[in-house]
Design a protein around this ligand. Structure first.
Ligand code: ZN
Length: 478
């Protein structure tokens, strides 16, 4: 949206599938995920609710990478010009997007510094000092930091920003096989994370002209948005020795020989939040997976009658859930129930517990599930058990629903003229860059890549007719 502020009180227009972009911007604002009024274009403020959602996703990512032996670090934000310029493809890929710092106070800096667009060039000069022998390998580190890229396309909250929150894991290995195993491990981490945020995706090896600058190859994780366009959520990159040769990162092997390390990286950004918002919301607002939601349960006291008794019944429920480690709050504002329901729905809180005098009298609770809207009456003494089983069912149902949507929107075709919808198409491709670029020109869409986990295919290139065993995916991208 533009910088002119919309009327805060404007009626919610909903209609997710009719105008996704408008819906997306509105839900972010109304649910309080981000504030775009910061006076630098492309740089938004993380508001508490949005930041908590990001942190919950980060917490899961941390758990997964720690389990696989990665250690957390934090490198400086500024990178010297000369370090940045060591790997030719990397510079070419980023030079138009870099923010420079050239002055300190009144003085010009001797060596210009740049704000990290990603941290290869910050880390790799030091890796050579950290890695001495084969005993230091594999080196597996990660950090969660903000990065800066001067986007020229229109910016969009959580999807395309000039400053954004970034996870980056960097590894060094003695052999290419070691690096290949790392990529497998990264994909397993991605798979587990995608279950937590109910976000099925395709793992596709990017074309050579679309891979990460400096990489040997890149695996992109693409989710499908309701628009029929794909959104890249993560990138996993095999560098081989491209960077270690440029930065001279060597180790002494068991025979005393000095060799360059093999490297990989795994990057994810706040787009994970953008994908969660886009894929699961509906006309009433957000729908958050219970395992990522900042608030998992909201208690709504419906006060007609004995206020004190109802409130103490609610407090008791809140305390019980809290003790179970569930993120719970209570909306005890002096508002009509309808407006409290609206708010809980807009924020995508997975479970709502409505409690009025009937519930107190009968010692039960009305439980409402956000994704389906299903209401059920549960006994007071089965509270924790029912809340937990609802979480579990929601996680599974939300994942399955998104997976069906993804699968139903992939179509295999034999002719480019069959492309007439906003979805993902797949077909045979000869593997030649000139032919691939021609396909992109003809269709006006992007080749996403070939499946990382090969799908058996035998046929012809959709464009030039050459026999091929390579299947490639195509879509419009966000
Ligand atoms: Zn071809």
């Amino acid at each position: 949206m533009g910088n002119a502020e919309e009327e805060k009180d404007e009626e919610w227009t909903g209609e997710k599938f009719e105008n996704f972009s408008e819906w997306y911007n509105e839900v972010i604002e109304k649910a309080g995920l981000s504030d775009k009024r910061y006076p630098v274009k492309g740089m938004n403020i993380w508001t508490p609710y949005g930041w908590k959602l990001m942190q919950n996703i980060d917490r899961e990512t941390r758990r997964l990478v720690r389990e696989t032996g990665h250690q957390e670090v934090k490198f400086p934000l500024l990178i010297p010009d000369k370090e940045f310029k060591k790997e030719a493809d990397h510079i070419a890929g980023f030079e138009d997007e870099v923010y420079w710092v050239t002055k300190a106070g009144q003085n010009e800096l001797d060596i210009p510094l740049l704000l990290r667009p990603t941290s290869e060039t910050a880390m790799y000069p030091v890796f050579d000092l950290w890695v001495r022998s084969h005993a230091d390998l594999p080196l597996k580190i990660y950090q969660m930091v903000n990065v800066f890229r001067y986007e020229t396309k229109q910016t969009k909250a959580f999807m395309r920003m000039r400053e954004f929150h970034f996870f980056e894991a960097h590894t060094c290995h003695a052999t290419e096989e070691g690096a290949e195993e790392q990529i497998e491990e990264d994909l397993e981490i991605m798979e587990e994370l995608s279950k937590k945020i109910c976000m099925p995706y395709l793992a596709l090896v990017r074309t050579d002209w679309d891979k990460f600058p400096g990489a040997e190859y890149t695996v992109g994780a693409d989710a499908l948005m309701p628009t029929g366009r794909t959104l890249q959520m993560a990138g996993i990159h095999q560098y081989k020795t491209n960077f270690s040769e440029a930065y001279d990162i060597t180790f002494e092997d068991e025979e005393g020989e000095h060799k360059h390390v093999h490297q990989t990286t795994y990057g994810m950004a706040e787009r994970l939040v953008g994908a969660v918002i886009g894929i699961h919301g509906d006309d009433k607002g957000l729908i958050l997976p219970p395992e990522a939601a900042p608030t998992q349960v909201r208690i709504i006291p419906i006060i007609y009658g004995d206020e004190e008794t109802i409130k103490s019944y609610c407090e008791d429920i809140k305390a019980e859930l809290k003790k179970e480690g569930i993120e719970v709050d209570m909306d005890d504002r002096d508002e009509r129930p309808g407006s409290k329901f609206y708010d809980a729905e807009m924020k995508g809180i997975p479970v709502r517990l409505d409690i009025g005098s009937d519930e107190v009298e009968e010692d039960n609770i009305t439980l409402v599930r956000r994704d389906t809207g299903d209401k059920q009456t549960i006994d007071r003494d089965e509270l924790t058990e029912k809340v937990k089983s609802t979480f579990k069912n929601m996680q599974e149902d939300m994942y399955e629903k998104a997976k069906r949507h993804l699968e139903e929107n992939i179509e295999e075709i034999d002719e480019l003229s069959e492309i007439d919808e906003e979805k993902i198409y797949k077909f045979g491709w000869c593997g030649k860059e000139s032919c691939g670029k021609e396909i992109e020109d003809i269709t006006g869409r992007d080749l996403l890549g070939t499946p990382y986990h090969r799908e058996g295919f035998e046929g012809e290139c959709i464009n030039c007719g050459k026999k091929t065993e390579t299947m490639i995916y195509l879509s419009n991208t966000h």
